[in-house]
Design a protein around this ligand. Sequence first.
Ligand code: FCB
Length: 460
Amino acid sequence: MKTHTFPQNFIWGAAASAYQIEGGWNEDGKGESIWDRFSHTPGKILNGDTGDIACDFYHRWPEDIRLMKEIGLQAFRFSIAWTRVLPAGRGKINPAGLDFYSRLVDGLLEAGIVPCVALYHWDLPQALQEMGGWPARSTAEAFAEYTDVVTRSLGDRAKYWVTFNEPTCSGLLGYQMGIHAPGICDWGQSLAAIHHLLLAHGMALQVIRNNAPQSQAGIVIDPIPCQPATPAAEDYAAYRWFDGYHNRWFMDPLYGRHYPADILAEHVQRGNLSSSDLPFLQPGDYEIIATPTDFIGLNYYRREVLSGKVDDRGGTSEPLDQPDEQHTKMGWEIYPQGLLELILNVYTEYRPAKILITENGASYSDGPAPDGRVHDQRRIAYLQGHIQAIHKAIEFGAPVEGYFVWSLLDNFEWSLGYSQRFGIVYVDYDTQLRLPKDSAIWYSQVIRQNGLVEPESQPA
Ligand code: FCB
């Protein structure tokens, strides 16, 4: 391995989200979220798992901060559960909820760890879903109010703000494919939801600018690098469609280009919209959505190879004929080159001033070995390959200034429950004991050396 040293102020962190780690789902005045409702609905989550307890981070966060400090993390990206702060989504504030996050931010700062606060990682208040959810414009207004409450409380101390994590997942998996909360399958609702998520992002940025003027704010998205399986016309069409509705539909309006006209026309042609006059679009919306950010956060796990052998979404991934060591336990192909492609595509196409890699990691189920340690060599190899790809992107001039491994702890992986372990720290869900895996020890070294350093050759 070659030595890859990173720029001096590069930030090394780890990420997590409220519903996936906190537990305490109905404690101290917390309201119900769409993920509480979804996971309590039989048949929605593998093995009937729920986030009711998860990693019990709600009670164990001081211990977890100690762990972060031991690993040497420089930043921790977490999300706020909207329903802890505003149990019904709007209106009455729950001081105990705000206080929890205030103590967490103080605890991180005391440990010398930069808090990177995401306002939304998919857990909409159920009360707002009942009033229409993201397809309703009023939800964007509610989000701006919630942002105001949170940034007034934490804005003096938290300097990194993320409005949304992966609006693609909320908009597409939640309202079009139905595999995430609230479990709806309807293109019309999905496109309205996406619009209001993007609008809410722009509205929230303006609130953050007011309440926390010294901070940096941005959004986290997950454009998936993709390509046609073969040069055949139908594969190319499937690729264009996927890249259009999954990637450009989000990136273009964020950077002031409006929704892509070719994909809008295709939505109409497919019957997803009755006409190209978007019923939810109001004058001035595009300007709000394109409010400038300080950084763009990119999450990367895999690429998509599209085949025109059609499913009803108009394209499907071509199962790649590759041996299993090419895939993680999620079945996702290991393709570090895709991270380089993603960064360079986003940078050359949209010219963000600053890029953070806000999630990257791998699911493997390695548990404690007889020697009591977790030898997750495959995760180390995965992370190493992807960190090398980032280094190369920086050499090409891309302004990547931070990396957050997903995830600090094994946690609740949405509809797959606890079956997927992404942590660099192993969690025994029966005892809640934490055990840093070999990857955590390896990552501490990466942080200490500010990159990947060729191991000194051992004397023979
Ligand atoms: C991302 C999510 C994160 C986690 C990883 C594996 O899409 O943002 O919460 O589930 O995937």
